[in-house]
Write a protein that binds this ligand. Structure first.
Ligand code: HEM
Length: 428
């Protein structure tokens, strides 16, 4: 096995590919895209479904069939770049991450075969239905407690800071085995990771994020060492037991790196999904009331939210050789931007794709969790967690509603989308 760094830090830009059709304007960081990406994605999907977007520096792919083809051909479209900062990083931040002891390795989303499959057999085991279900009482209790805290105050309240932000971090930290007493510190360290890998932070912000990443990595290393001495019933201990039983197959550094990676994967997209679920469902009062009286519809409703208002609307690949997609030639070494948002609204795949339909039979065919060998390991976990939160909310606070006319301001970045704040009110 050959280890590769978890983040590939570049301080210079890549050269554009030759031979692809060219779009001079598309970038997911533009204000009109951040506010509402779907009309812009529709234009690309219908007019130039595979096109090199100059301001982004990526070939952009917008039709479902093409996105699936990329996901299903990992030898040609490598996931090696998915955790790298999109834009070059300043020297000062790069220097922080060049510390001798900052050495997480690529293990899951950005690791290539055959090592990825070797590691995934252990992580998949750790994400068993049994372990996920053991979290149910905790998720229910914490959701109720956070609702209680919300109800003590006077409405309106920001649902993101009251519940959607704190809860998913706490749930994944319990899953991994981190102690509750470290929650606040952990959240502070992980809070701005999204900006580092998928946004365009200022040099000053990059330095702060790099310091947080280094601090979090050091914490993970100390935590893993302590768990080795005193194991518990948690994901970290299970991985350490696998390492002890198969030290040549799952290395200790790989165990540390898996835990490092979950700091982001395990909670930020769940926060965004909770926000998007509330925006979508509460602005359709009849549908919300239908869900409150028939919670069995929640699982299907969530699939439709994942399709129609996905928390993850973009992901990346890089070509390992010259290839073609559709009838477009793409040279080796080209960065590819997969528009999951555009594919989820592709009318070739979903009839009336722009319409949100609570009862849509094929909503589960959405691509928000990816496809193929890197298919999201936490998909069941995320669905389970968000369904429970919505169930508790529907039961305890059916009168919850959105404050009219508010700005929800998604954070500008190329991959993730959801409200930064969401003011809600309720009958008192
Ligand atoms: C709504 C929430 C979530 C969304 C939309 C989401 C989406 C995704 C996507 C698109 C991928 C990449 C697929 C690919 O490259 O082919 C991925 C991978 C991954 N996700 Fe999630 N995710 C979510 C929640 C979670 C949670 C809660 C966890 C863990 C607790 C998690 C863990 C992972 C891991 C470990 C991978 C890498 C899998 C691999 O490479 O084998 N995700 N996710």
């Amino acid at each position: 096995m050959t280890d590769t760094d978890y983040h590939n830090i570049r301080t210079t830009a890549l050269a554009p590919p030759t031979g692809c059709p060219f779009d001079p304007s598309f970038t997911p960081l533009a204000g009109d895209y951040v506010a509402d990406p779907y009309p812009i994605l529709e234009r690309l999907r219908e007019e130039q479904p595979v096109v090199y977007a100059e301001p982004l520096g990526f070939v952009v792919v917008t039709r479902m069939a093409d996105v699936e083809e990329v996901f299903l051909n990992p030898d040609v479209f490598s996931s090696a770049n998915v955790q790298d900062p999109v834009f070059p990083i300043c020297g000062e931040a790069a220097a922080i991450l060049a510390a001798d002891d900052f050495n997480p390795v690529a293990v899951m989303s950005n690791r290539q075969e055959p090592d990825h499959g070797r590691i995934r057999q252990y992580t998949k085991k750790g994400f068993s239905n049994r372990r996920t279900r053991t979290l149910e009482p905790y998720i229910r209790r914490r959701t109720s407690e956070l609702i209680d805290e919300m109800l003590v105050g006077t409405p309106p309240t920001d649902f993101i800071s009251a519940l959607a932000y704190p809860l998913p971090g706490e749930v994944v930290f319990r899953f991994m085995g981190f102690p509750e007493s470290d929650d606040q510190q952990l959240k502070d360290w992980c809070a701005n990771r999204l900006a580092f890998s998928w946004g365009q932070p200022t040099a000053e912000e990059q330095v702060e994020i790099a310091e947080n990443m280094l601090a979090y990595w050091r914490y993970v290393r100390e935590f893993t060492a302590a768990k080795r001495q005193a194991p518990g019933d948690d994901f970290a201990s299970e991985l350490l037991a696998d390492h002890a039983a198969n030290p040549d197959d799952l290395s200790y550094r790989e165990v540390e790196s898996i835990l490092y990676g979950l700091s982001f994967a395990g909670h930020e997209p769940v926060t965004l999904l909770l926000g998007n679920a509330l925006i979508t469902l509460l602005s359709r009062r009849d549908e919300w009331e239908e869900l409150c009286s028939n919670p069995d519809l929640l699982a299907g409703a969530l699939d439709e939210v994942l399709r129609w208002n996905s928390p993850q609307i973009g992901w990346r690949r890089i070509t390992t050789r010259d290839t073609t997609l559709g009838d477009v030639s793409i040279p080796k070494g080209t960065q590819v931007f997969l528009s999951l948002g555009a594919a989820n609204r592709d009318p070739r795949e979903f009839p009336e794709a722009d319409t949100f339909d609570l009862h849509r039979a094929d909503a589960r065919n959405n691509i928000s969790f990816g496809k193929g060998n890197h298919y999201c390991l936490g998909a069941k976990f995320a669905r389970f967690e968000v369904r429970i939160v919505l169930e508790v909310l529907a039961e305890r606070l059916p009168s919850i509603s959105l404050v009219d006319g508010q700005a929800t301001d998604p954070f500008p970045n190329i991959s993730f989308r959801g409200p930064s704040s969401l003011m809600v009110t309720w009958d008192q």
